[in-house]
Design a protein around this ligand. Structure first.
Ligand SMILES: [Zn+2]
Length: 177
């Protein structure tokens, strides 16, 4: 079987390998500088015209149709000129069937990256805590802290306040009975 050059890891461009870490793949938010058609030379020397996204402080990324559509969705425009300055989230889709093989593919989320979220109470940036990611923490906070988005330490303070209140109520109940 022949090997398509796109299947090979090209160190000149971003690939699934770029997001690989000790605990599997991570996600990354990147900002597009420009997108243009250019000749890409594969690791085996074969040349092909590709859509290439040049990114701020990153290696360029070869775009397939799926990723172009994702950027168009995030940017709200199908014109590549409008994609400059747009931030997108890169992730890895595992087990993609391509070129007669199963590969891990570098993909772009068709949704704008979440802006950093700050705590409703203290205004600090919300960071992962309690073994939860930021989105999980926000969801947890909304469910458990009266619909507000709190950072880990404010969430703790809120819980302590609630516990104290419950104890007080329990004490009052036992007094009145
Ligand atoms: Zn806070």
């Amino acid at each position: 079987m022949k090997t398509h050059w796109k299947k090979l890891t090209n160190p000149d461009y971003l690939g699934a390998y770029s997001l690989a870490g000790e605990n599997g793949y991570s996600e990354k938010v990147v900002v597009i500088e420009s997108v243009r058609q250019e000749t890409v030379t594969g690791t085996d020397g074969k040349k092909e015209m590709c859509m290439v996204a040049h990114l701020v402080n990153e290696k360029p990324m070869i775009l397939n149709a799926t990723n172009c559509k994702a950027i168009a969705k995030v940017a709200g425009s199908s014109f590549v000129e409008d994609w400059a300055g747009v931030a997108v989230t890169l992730f890895v889709q595992q087990g993609v069937k391509a070129f007669g093989d199963v590969v891990d593919a570098l993909r772009i989320r068709p949704k704008a990256p979440m802006p950093p979220t700050t705590c409703d109470r203290c205004g600090d940036l919300i960071a992962p805590a309690f073994k939860m990611t930021v989105p999980q923490l926000i969801e947890y906070s909304k469910q458990h802290c009266n619909g507000s988005t709190l950072c880990a330490s404010c969430m703790k303070a809120y819980k302590e306040m609630q516990d104290a209140q419950k104890q007080k109520e329990a004490a009052n109940d036992s007094e009145s009975s």
